[in-house]
Design a protein around this ligand. Structure first.
Ligand code: PLP
Length: 396
């Protein structure tokens, strides 16, 4: 278990910067300040590795080189993106349909998955039941009109979900909407398929069950025929299930704002007629057009499997950390609990100041009691630096 540590020492200069970061964070709501906000506000810090945002850096590079090649081949490509409206939601859905194996009329393309979360909650929910800790937009979009109840995940059980307890909790809450994120953010727990199916089969009375699979491609599970895994079968089997999928993390393109949801076609129709017709951008349309290129998808699969190798290596290294409690993760990040007497805020600041490593201080995560940080897994070189920075700052 955890070794007893004396509190970490912090110099006065470090304390001063710590205070600045505190002020900045309090202005960023439930999300961490972005890298550029941080650097602008506190010029004395030098961020070398962004291990706060959860993106796949290999996929970003792949996208970037593809984009450059296409612009080189067609110099007007980017200008057209700027000048013209992108295609309508339904037309982009058509482009994705074949690759995902989902009928286009059940696909709702969104400006980041966050927009799909907002659309579903604002249009179809009066009371949502979330698991905490969770991705904050699920309760933020509820505002004051939509009731929110919670199923608390327990670090002692590695944040796992006991299907029977969970179903009981949802039904007792009388919520009309339940949210399951798997793998979950911030803990990385993957709900086994059998558990998920069992849960969904018991929750058919709900109006909506949201299954957020934004990190599913990072979970270690087979991808038959090179197809990207989706929960297709689930939405076909359970009418009330809506799948939410962000492209930001596994494709490393958070800046483009691209995501989608899979839901019954009548809901897609309703949402499109309620103003979501032109909700993406030219760049997002370009990104989705890559789904029609087998060569791109092949390369992506290769990058993904290389990246998964990095993730495995990272996780097997932290498993040996005796000075820190780490949680098993099926995603590209890991939640870590600080030793007794050490605050997550101190560690976050010291990692930044002494090593230029920016990690997520989870102090503001609702439903996460205690001192936690979330560390994103990056390229092999960066991971080595992140791991040695953690060891240096925390290990006694
Ligand atoms: C990041 C994230 C999203 C949404 O991301 P977008 O950038 O809006 O696509 C959705 N769900 C979970 C669990 C996430 O972590």
């Amino acid at each position: 278990m955890l070794t007893d540590l004396s509190p970490i020492r912090i110099s006065p200069t470090e304390q001063e910067i710590l205070n600045k970061i505190k002020r900045l964070s309090s202005r960023s709501g439930s999300h961490s300040p972005s890298l550029s906000t941080m650097q602008q506000a506190i010029p004395e810090i030098n961020i070398d590795i962004d291990a706060c945002y959860l993106s796949n850096p290999l996929a970003t590079d792949l996208f970037w080189s593809q984009f450059n090649a296409d612009v080189l081949a067609d110099p007007q490509l980017f200008k057209r993106m700027l000048e013209a409206y992108p295609s309508q939601n339904g037309a982009i859905a058509e482009r994705l349909s074949a690759t995902l194996g989902i009928d286009a009329d059940r696909l709702f393309i969104s400006n980041g998955a966050t927009e799909a979360i907002q659309a579903v909650i604002h249009n179809y929910a009066t009371h949502i039941h979330i698991c905490t800790p969770t991705f904050s937009p699920y309760y933020e979009f509820a505002g004051s009109k939509i009731r929110v109840t919670e199923f608390k995940l327990n670090p002692e059980n590695n944040f796992s979900i006991d299907p029977e307890e969970y179903v009981r909790s949802v039904l007792e809450s009388q919520a009309d909407t339940a949210v399951l994120i798997s793998p979950n953010n911030p803990d990385g727990y993957l709900l086994p398929d059998d558990d998920l199916i069992w849960i969904l089969s018991r929750l058919t009375s709900l109006r909506t069950v949201i299954v957020d699979e934004s990190f599913i491609h990072l979970a270690d599970r087979p991808t038959p025929g090179g197809q990207m895994p989706t929960c297709t079968g689930i939405t076909e089997r359970f009418e009330n299930v809506t799948i939410i999928k962000s492209m930001s993390k596994d494709f490393g393109i958070a800046g483009i704002r691209a995501g989608y949801a899979i839901m019954p076609s009548n809901r897609v129709d309703q949402l499109l007629s309620h103003g979501y017709l032109w909700n993406t951008s030219g760049l997002a349309e370009y990104f989705f057009s890559l789904f029609e290129r087998p060569a791109f998808l092949n390369q992506y699969s290769q990058e993904l499997s290389t990246y998964k190798g990095y993730i495995d290596k990272f996780i097997s290294t932290t498993a040996k950390f005796g000075f820190l409690r780490v949680f098993e993760s099926s995603a590209n990040f890991q939640l870590m609990q600080m030793p007794e007497g050490v605050s997550a805020e101190q560690i976050t600041t010291l990692l930044l100041l002494r090593h230029g490593v920016y990690v997520r201080n989870c102090g503001d995560k609702i439903g996460l009691d205690g001192e936690f940080i979330r560390v994103a897994i990056r390229t092999e070189d960066e991971n080595i630096k992140i791991l040695s920075a953690l060891t240096d700052v925390i290990s006694p």
